[in-house]
Design a protein around this ligand. Sequence first.
Ligand SMILES: Cc1cc2nc3c(=O)[nH]c(=O)nc-3n(C[C@H](O)[C@H](O)[C@H](O)COP(=O)(O)O)c2cc1C
Length: 166
Amino acid sequence: MTHAPRTVDAAAFREAMARFASGVTVVTARSARDGRLAGFTASAFSSLSLDPPLVLVCLDRRADSYRVFSEAEAMAVSVLAHGQHDLALHFASKGIDKFSGRALERGEATGLPLIPGALAHIECAMHDRLEGGDHVILVGRVLRAAVGEGEPLVHYNRAFGRFVRG
Ligand SMILES: Cc1cc2nc3c(=O)[nH]c(=O)nc-3n(C[C@H](O)[C@H](O)[C@H](O)COP(=O)(O)O)c2cc1C
């Protein structure tokens, strides 16, 4: 029996993906062309390879950050801790200066902004940019990884929450 190709209903796809609980990250980069900084909140973050050490982040091509990430030679990921959902919303906002008035750390490996108090910092060299439909898949080769203390910020069904063991 052959199956005719079918397309999922967009709302059903979104609803199903909203049932996937994830951590929340803030990813930053600097344009190698004009030095401009960009950063955005991302839950589409994953480890990709151990050897070489690679991670990936998916970025919407319509994001204002897209140009900077297309021109960047490095990116820095902060894994947010519970209690940092205000930062998640800040870096998900459009049309604001995301960096002024924020006490941010500078990454030792890349010099890029990192979120103080985050659960983990992962600094990367930009390794590849892959086509992913209306997103670009940013592949980073990990240069430095460091962990902090605390509980993770969890995103599930369009809401922030906490991790419960058990
Ligand atoms: C919890 C959460 C997770 C998000 N995950 C992603 C993601 O993985 N990829 C992405 O492109 N946008 C994601 N977004 C949306 C971006 O953060 C948002 O579009 C941001 O405004 C982009 O900023 P810009 O237009 O200034 O670049 C997420 C937003 C939230 C609140």
